[in-house]
Ligand binder design. Structure first.
Ligand code: PEP
Length: 250
């Protein structure tokens, strides 16, 4: 049985004070912390403070990206060593906004995914098709290629702990959600790619999230699908009440 995982991706929002007060207001109000994992992927400057506040009854902490190297002359970047040292547990890798605006490629996503595992961070690897690819019937090819590339050279033991987020690009921040059937079909394609790479037993352990305009009103229907194990949520993760409602659905 896969444990549901609801992760908020705050992107470039909030001040430190707002981030801390969000955290204080959701703490101890998340339903049955043992039943589902909840994660807040916060901007890098807030990670130390939030990781210091995290504990029983609070969400775990994730970063939104990282560099693959442990240290070096990479101005502006954050290393996996720094994240692990703070107590960060998860890291989003290859979000479509990183691929689009910051030149991340399947190759860099693979290097970062390997590096995350090497530092005991759980990568949330994002894959997803553009509207053009969906309309051209290329969704399965695109997402299965991205999954294969991201996990190239990664052992089944590590892969079993990965989280894959299926995020159709046309549904992110647009208010357009994939129907639950569409989302499940894509997640099932991802699972069969994983089975091809690692065997069905490992594929059955890997959690696959859907992301793209998820909100309290539509999350239950998405999570009811057999291959959807959680959600990666942008806009609707910013307010405490909304985040609690998302967690309650899991
Ligand atoms: C995201 O940031 O990954 C995302 C899915 O955003 P939103 O929920 O706002 O569409």
């Amino acid at each position: 049985m896969r444990k549901p995982i609801i992760a908020g991706n705050w992107k470039m929002h909030k001040t430190l004070g707002e981030a801390e007060s969000f955290f204080d207001s959701v703490k101890d109000r998340l339903p049955n912390a043992g039943r589902a994992d909840t994660v807040i992927c916060a901007p890098a400057p807030f990670l130390a403070s939030l990781a210091g506040r995290a504990g029983d009854g609070s969400p775990e902490i994730g970063a939104q990206t990282m560099h693959e190297e442990e240290k070096g002359a990479y101005t502006g970047e954050v290393s996996p060593v720094m994240l692990a040292d703070l107590g960060v547990r998860y890291v989003i890798i290859g979000h479509s906004e990183r691929r689009e605006y910051f030149n991340e490629t399947d190759e860099s996503v693979n290097r970062k995914t390997k590096s995350a595992f090497g530092h005991k961070l759980i990568p949330i690897v994002c894959v997803g098709e553009s509207l053009e690819e969906r309309e051209g019937d290329k969704t399965a090819e695109k997402i299965s290629g991205q999954v294969r590339a991201a996990l190239e050279g990664i052992s089944a033991e590590d892969a079993a702990n990965a989280v894959i987020a299926y995020e159709p690009i046309w549904a992110i921040g647009t208010g357009k959600t994939a129907t639950s059937d569409m989302a499940n079909e894509a997640c099932a394609t991802i699972r069969s790619t994983l089975a091809d790479l690692y065997g069905q037993e490992t594929a059955n352990q890997i959690r696959i999230q859907y992301g793209g305009s998820v909100k309290p009103e539509n999350i239950a229907e998405l999570l009811a699908q057999p291959d959807i194990d959680g959600a990666l949520v942008g806009g609707a993760s910013l307010e405490p009440e909304s985040f609690i409602a998302l967690a309650e659905a899991a």
